[in-house]
Design a protein around this ligand. Structure first.
Ligand SMILES: Nc1ncnc2c1ncn2[C@@H]1O[C@H](COP(=O)(O)OP(=O)(O)OP(=O)(O)O)[C@@H](O)[C@H]1O
Length: 232
């Protein structure tokens, strides 16, 4: 479903005229099947976030191609990239990135408002998702009135509310204690199974990586597959 081929990217650093090229991705190729949980594991600075930014269309690769379904997304211009992102991708971040002035319900509802969905559809979708992620009782709480795990559940529900087929999760449990981490990983697995959503999890943590159906290890700008694990 997602095919990445021969992807390379280097950053230019230093003063104008004296720039140095720092290669980060060096011709890496890999694929993700529809409905899979894939993790990309690697040390800090190995290029995981760069790969995610390129796959999500925030950054152009120097060379290489990305194909999602039958669409070659690496050929997109900025407008096409952002339109594709809105309909195909959801994002989960380490630090949740919730709007502090909105309740849990309103945070989850926001992408639907931006999409112009009517109130009735919004209420139904948000109510269903609140139940699915176990937050019905705290739906009127603001982010600072929620635990880290609850905030991450809100951000997961927000990522899912527009029904994207692919979710990118960048260190989704990086701010959580190990018990809450397990709860969130189980939630991701349950959403993957019940809704068929593809998850791409970026992490430096082997325990998190092993939740996935398939693990890729990032090392020196290349990816190698590490086999299948089902640790939970
Ligand atoms: N905008 C940029 N300009 C120059 N160099 C960059 C830029 N972004 C990232 N880099 C460099 O590219 C390399 C890979 O960074 P990247 O953030 O992709 O790694 P990572 O594996 O996601 O790390 P972490 O786990 O710490 O987030 C690092 O050496 C970093 O310093």
């Amino acid at each position: 479903m997602i095919q990445v081929q021969e992807l390379s990217h280097a950053f230019k650093i230093g003063k104008k005229g004296k720039e140095k090229e720092v290669p980060v991705l060096k011709g890496l190729s890999f694929s993700v099947e529809e409905g899979e949980i894939v993790s990309i594991v690697g040390r800090s600075g190995s290029g995981k976030s760069t790969l995610l930014h390129i796959m999500a269309g925030f950054l152009k690769p120097d060379t290489g191609t990305i194909q999602i379904g039958n669409v070659k997304t690496s050929n997109f211009n900025e407008v096409e990239s952002s339109q594709f992102r809105l309909t195909h991708f959801g994002f989960i971040f380490q630090n949740f990135q919730l709007m502090p002035g909105l309740t849990a319900f309103e945070n989850i509802e926001l992408p639907l408002k931006l999409k112009g969905e009517n109130k009735h559809v919004r209420r139904k979708k948000v109510t269903d998702l609140l139940q699915h992620v176990g937050l019905t009782d705290v739906q009127n709480h603001y982010p600072n009135e929620l635990s880290g795990g609850q905030q991450q559940r809100v951000s997961i529900a927000r990522a899912l509310v527009t029904d994207p087929p692919i979710i990118f999760a960048d260190e989704p449990t990086g701010s959580l204690d190990s018990e809450t981490e397990q709860d969130i990983l189980l939630l991701i697995q349950s959403l993957n199974q019940t809704r068929g959503i593809t998850f791409i999890i970026i992490t430096h943590d082997d325990t998190v990586a092993e939740t996935a159906d398939r693990i890729y290890r990032m090392h020196d700008g290349e990816l190698t597959e590490r086999g299948a694990y089902h640790a939970i």
